[in-house]
Design a protein around this ligand. Structure first.
Ligand code: ADP
Length: 200
């Protein structure tokens, strides 16, 4: 199963990606997680990315494309992958196409979790409260100001990615406002449809 999950910050991509990993045995490729690991390890890439990430801005395309290019070579990706947070710009979507073409692969589906913008800030606050209650560390970009920038980046740079895939008839929209299990069920149905139409 080779999937792309699209949706604004707080749409529930990470939650659904974790379920898809369990169900399909394919790894979740989250550029956000990879970048946070690079920041924590203070690699040259992490040092370049940190300030941009903390502010809620996107990091340059070539950095994340390089991360994904390398990650796709890992043996576990032979079973497919669930891309979460990539591609986030049309240039990244075009680069992904090239990376897949080079490997003779194609995407099974591109799913967009559609969520009312008004709900997103509340979800971010809830995540912060839950993280604090569990004694965890809150993400540096989970604050109202960076979150606003993340939403702006989503609107300006990532919403066009949905249009890009819709234009290629690859996009399926999922109602991300439904309860978590219903979203999972809608994703399962969409994947059955995608697999049927691929095999037709
Ligand atoms: P969320 O989806 O909750 O906004 P992520 O964990 O996916 O957060 O990403 C956190 C940050 O990492 C982004 O705000 C951005 O700075 C950086 N980032 C992650 N993926 C990409 C990407 N594909 N292109 C550019 N920047 C990215």
């Amino acid at each position: 199963m080779r999937l792309v999950l699209l949706g604004p910050p707080g749409a529930g991509k990470g939650t659904q990606a974790a379920r898809l990993v369990r169900k399909h045995g394919a790894p979740q490729l989250s550029t956000g997680d990879m970048l946070r690991a690079a920041v924590a390890a203070k690699t040259p890439l992490g040092l370049k990315a940190k300030a941009l990430m903390d502010a809620g801005s996107l990091v340059p395309d070539d950095l994340v494309i390089g991360l994904i290019d390398e990650r796709l070579n890992s043996p576990d990706c032979a079973r497919g992958f669930i891309l979460d947070g990539f591609p986030r710009t049309v240039a990244q979507a075009e680069a992904l196409q090239e990376l897949l073409d080079r490997r003779g692969l194609s995407l099974d589906a591109v799913l967009e979790l559609a969520v009312d913008e008004g709900a997103l800030v509340d979800r971010m606050r809830k995540r912060v409260d839950e993280t604090l209650a569990a004694g965890g560390a809150v993400r540096a970009d989970d604050n109202p100001e960076s979150f606003k920038t993340r939403l702006e980046a989503y609107r300006a740079q990532t919403a066009p990615v949905s249009a890009h895939y819709a234009g290629r008839r690859q996009l399926t929209k999922i109602d991300g406002m439904a309860p978590i299990d219903e979203v999972t069920a809608a994703i399962d149905r969409a994947l059955v449809d995608a697999t049927v139409s691929r095999d037709e």
